[in-house]
Design a protein around this ligand. Structure first.
Ligand SMILES: *[C@@H]1O[C@H](CO)[C@@H](O)[C@H](O)[C@H]1NC(C)=O
Ligand SMILES: *[C@@H]1O[C@H](CO)[C@@H](O)[C@H](O)[C@H]1NC(C)=O
Ligand SMILES: *[C@@H]1O[C@H](CO)[C@@H](O)[C@H](O)[C@H]1NC(C)=O
Ligand SMILES: *[C@@H]1O[C@H](CO)[C@@H](O)[C@H](O)[C@H]1NC(C)=O
Ligand SMILES: *[C@@H]1O[C@H](CO)[C@@H](O)[C@H](O)[C@H]1NC(C)=O
Ligand SMILES: *[C@@H]1O[C@H](CO)[C@@H](O)[C@H](O)[C@H]1NC(C)=O
Length: 375
């Protein structure tokens, strides 16, 4: 969405429509952490009962009320081990791609382009519409001229979520064997490569990561740590949702400055202003009433455009694994999280259910245990 001047009216209109339809969304931030008391709107699990006749995602949920203690829910979510038969349904994948294209085009929506903004332009945050930011010179410098995904098609993509279910999975080599690997929130890889792999073609970074994982760069030690992490990206796409929620501006600016000052080899991308609403719109028409899509679901939705086969790892929003062993929320830290808390901005188990249905239908493959060949 080109913003200022000519695109302005359209942008406002989009935001207004977005507001009317999606009044409960607030920000993409805080996948993790913040059980912060935002919206207590219950996800409309009930409407899942109805079987959508136009949808690919057919979910028959005859049990769960909106809010229950789901601490043992994982029992219900058994997915057969990696080695058991799973077949990709190409027809279905193409159908889903086509349907999603009616809502968004990953090639365009993956990033705002240079041609559409100039320094000094004012942007209203997607979720905090009363707040604005100025497009800085640095941000402008880092906007791509063309979509980093322009004309791209990959035979197979891995989307790596950050669940602790990856620990001891031995999935690293399998993940690295995919042609395009997407990771979330600058999650560390080096120390966990056996389970999560190393290859990174696109990695997301919510501005809050700078606070949570890099102590808001309070001193040289943390700046250096972030710098190392950015250097290790070695040419991959760094996807920063800079226009979603107020409060992250300084953090985005710090990162932009570091990248420019140290000539870090990454291809920056800043998702379009319409992306979040479009993604949510797509899932709503498929009767998946997500409050606010997680980065993982966003990535899957985008990936349908440029990936033939999509493999998900590290998606597991339950505190116990399939064998009833405790699972860390993140594989790399000790964050605690209420997956189904009413206050949480995301509806992860609901998203998971949708993804599991797609797995069973052969549109994607979920791996939630050990990978083949793991010991
Ligand atoms: C949903 O599942 C239940 C039990 O598994 C079944 O009795 C019912 O017919 C299903 N409903 C739909 C709409 O598929
Ligand atoms: C899950 O926990 C509930 C109570 O919290 C219990 O009634 C139910 O039997 C448990 N289900 C399983 C499969 O253990
Ligand atoms: C693949 O998906 C298409 C479209 O949904 C469906 O018609 C077809 O039966 C599926 N094929 C298999 C083998 O499941
Ligand atoms: C945006 O830039 C203009 C002109 O440079 C300045 O007057 C204004 O205060 C800035 N607004 C914000 C929110 O930084
Ligand atoms: C930076 O801060 C951390 C605590 O966040 C501290 O452990 C470290 O020693 C500090 N480093 C320097 C160089 O001051
Ligand atoms: C960085 O990327 C280049 C080109 O893709 C590759 O040849 C090189 O091995 C990579 N270096 C590291 C340290 O991963």
């Amino acid at each position: 969405m080109p913003l200022p001047c000519r695109g302005w009216t359209l942008a406002l209109l989009t935001l207004l429509v977005g507001f009317l339809i999606f009044a409960d969304i607030s920000e993409i931030e805080e996948e993790s952490g913040s059980s912060g008391g935002r919206g207590t709107i219950r996800s409309a699990v009930n409407s899942l009962h109805s079987k959508s006749n136009r949808a690919e995602v057919v979910i028959n949920d005859s049990s769960s009320p909106a809010v229950v203690d789901r601490s043992n829910e994982s029992i219900k979510h058994n997915i057969k081990p990696a080695s058991s038969k799973w077949r990709h349904n190409q027809t279905l994948s193409l159908k889903i791609r086509k349907q999603i294209l009616k809502f968004l085009d990953a090639e365009k929506d993956i990033s705002v382009l240079k041609g559409t903004l100039k320094p000094g332009d004012i942007i209203h945050y997607v979720f905090d519409r009363d707040s604005t930011m100025n497009v800085s010179q640095n941000l402008y410098e880092l906007l791509p001229r063309t979509s980093p995904l322009k004309g791209k098609q990959f035979p197979s993509c891995a989307i790596v979520g950050n669940s602790g279910v990856l620990l001891s999975s031995g999935c690293g080599p399998e993940i690295d064997a995919h042609s395009f690997v997407i990771r979330c929130n600058l999650a560390p890889v080096q120390e966990y490569s056996q389970d999560v792999g190393m290859k990174t073609d696109l990695v997301t970074m919510n501005p809050s990561v700078i606070q949570r994982a890099f102590e808001d760069l309070v001193n040289e030690t943390w700046r250096e740590k972030l710098l190392q992490r950015l250097h290790s990206l070695n040419g991959s796409i760094l996807w920063i949702p800079a226009f979603m929620a107020k409060g992250g501006k300084e953090r985005v600016e710090w990162v932009n400055e570091l990248i420019l000052k140290h000539h870090i080899n990454v291809r920056t991308a800043y998702p379009s202003l319409r992306l979040l609403h479009a993604v949510r719109g797509y899932w709503l028409t498929n009767k998946v009433h997500i409050k606010r899509p997680t980065t993982g679901l966003l990535m899957y939705t985008l990936a349908t455009r440029f990936c033939n086969q999509i493999y998900l790892y590290g998606f597991w929003p339950f505190p116990l694994d399939q064998n009833q062993n405790p699972v860390k929320y993140h594989y790399y830290d000790s964050l605690k999280y209420g997956y189904t808390s009413q206050a949480s901005p995301h509806t992860m188990p609901l998203e998971f259910k949708a993804l599991k249905t797609l797995h069973q239908q052969g549109a994607l493959k979920l791996t939630v245990g050990q990978c083949d060949g793991a010991t």
